[in-house]
Structure formats: C-alpha cells, structure tokens
Design a protein around this ligand. Structure first.
Ligand SMILES: [Zn+2]
Length: 278
C-alpha cells in the first residue's frame, strides 16, 4: 500500500480542490440536490472513493477540455454523465487516456510538479491494471451559456477556445470563483502553429477579453494545475500579454523548462508558451 494520497482542500463552502499528487486538479462542488465534478485528473487516484468521502449527492462531470490529464480519471467513474466541449470530442483519438499515457505523464511531470524520492514508482504502482481507455462517444456536448442547476447553486458554461478548441470555463453562482482549467492558470500552453502564425494567440486573446469583460462576476480562478486558486488579475495579465504579442510590443524567446519547450513570453504573473513544441 502506498502512503501517498491525493490532497483535498476545501476552497469555499461545499467546494473542494482534489489535487492528483500536484500533477493536475479536479474540483468537486455540491449543491442542495446534486454535485458536480469539474475535471477528473488523469486516473492515477481513485476519484470515486474521494468523491464518496466528500458528498453523498449524485454527481455528474463537466470537463474544462478534452486533454487526457483532465479526462483520464473517468476510467474510475464508469457510467457517470459527462459533458465536454464538442470541438474536443475527438481528442482521445489523438491522445487516448490509457495507461500508456498515464505512465508517460508520470515519467515527464512528477519530477517537475511533485518531486520526491520514490514518488514516480509509487504513482506507477497505483495505476489500475489494464483499465482500457476513456470513451468520448457518450459524452454530452457543452454549449455557450448552458446552465447546470445543483439546487440553490448554478454553474454557467463559458466557451473559451485557445488552449484547446473545445475549452470551457465554469462560473459558479454560489461562490466568487471561475473554474478556469487550462484556459487561465500559472503557465498556459498554446501549441506551435505552422509558420508561427499568431492566429491561435489572437483567438486566445478574444477568450481573455470575454473573461475579463465578465470579471465583475468572479474574484478568484480555480486553476487546472499548480496550486488551487489565484486572483482574477491573472486574466488581465494574460490579456495584456497577448495584446503585446499581437502588437509586437512584447516578444518571447525559445526556452526549455521542465516538460515544456518552445517560445515563451511573460508579463506579471502570466507565462504563455505561445508556440509550444512539447
Ligand atoms: Zn490541457
């Protein structure tokens, strides 16, 4: 038996951050009638056991996007109703959430995000034997402005393309938190574009403008990686950074850091890998 446990932090009433060994976050929100799990980690931790210890309400899943490190935990949650941005619905064809992915993720991320003697092996030992792959076919589609009523508490879906085409953030009526996934966190990745075209930066800038325009509705961001919540000022930092990149007043440079390689630019607390190779 491993001594390692995922870290669970209460970040607001009936609202928990479940950190999967500091690799990736999931968030559990409970209302009067229902609960929702926002993202599911990559499937190292047994999320069904963790959720059951926190709430006895029936729950469903909202995905901030289709990347395997946010969806892989669904393998531990068979039959749970799950919503994803329709543009990310074929993502598991490119990057299937299987144990091969989980082993690679542990191999490349643990030293950087959860360093410690023996952690890698302990996490590898936790993987469920041959769990198969998470199937996206049954997922229900999110759309802009969709509301999810938990009973006395509502979540609103906001389409936020950039990090992925089908990325969504979720605005919570009961707290002052925007659940921002990998759309806004401490280090954002946009994949390198052919000829270093800035179209993706421009699309991401539109997303940030939209989020900043509604910033009177939240104070904190609950982020997909590294820590649990940050001040909403981070949205403004990314907005100013993408503005600078598009106008040419900010230029990034090539770096390799941890598991990331590519062109990166920084402003305030924002770090944007805007032409990221890996
Ligand atoms: Zn991602």
């Amino acid at each position: 038996m491993s001594m390692l446990e995922p870290e669970v932090t209460c970040i607001a009433p009936d609202t928990w951050c479940i950190s999967e060994f500091r690799l990736v976050n999931a968030f559990l929100l409970a209302g009067r009638d229902k609960a929702v799990l926002i993202d599911t980690g990559c499937g190292i931790a047994d999320l069904s056991r963790i959720v059951a210890a926190l709430t006895d309400k029936p729950f469903f899943v909202l995905l901030t996007h289709g990347h395997a490190d946010h969806t892989g935990g669904l393998i531990r949650l068979p039959g749970i109703q799950t919503y994803v941005g329709p543009e990310d619905r074929d993502m598991n064809r490119k990057m299937p959430c299987d144990n091969r992915f989980r082993r690679m993720y542990i191999e490349y991320r643990v030293d950087f995000r959860f360093p410690g003697e023996g952690h890698k092996q302990a996490l590898l030992d936790m993987l469920p034997p041959d769990p198969g792959i998470v199937k996206f076919e049954d997922f229900l589609p999110l759309s802009e402005g969709m509301h999810f009523d938990l009973g006395g508490r509502t979540l609103q879906a906001v389409h936020t393309p950039g990090h992925s085409e089908g990325s969504y953030c979720f605005l919570d009526s009961a707290t002052d938190i925007l659940f921002s996934g990998d759309t806004v966190n401490n280090s954002i990745i946009l994949m390198r574009q052919p000829d270093n075209d800035l179209r993706l930066v421009a699309q991401y800038r539109e997303t940030l403008k939209k989020l900043w325009d509604m910033s009177d509705r939240y104070a904190l961001l609950a982020i997909g990686h590294d820590g649990s919540t940050v001040d909403k000022q981070l949205v403004k930092d990314y907005l100013d950074l993408t503005d600078g990149l598009l106008k040419g007043s900010i230029q990034g440079s090539y770096e390799e850091s941890g598991f990331r390689k590519g062109d990166v630019a920084r402003l305030g607390l924002a770090e944007l890998w805007y032409q990221c190779d890996a």
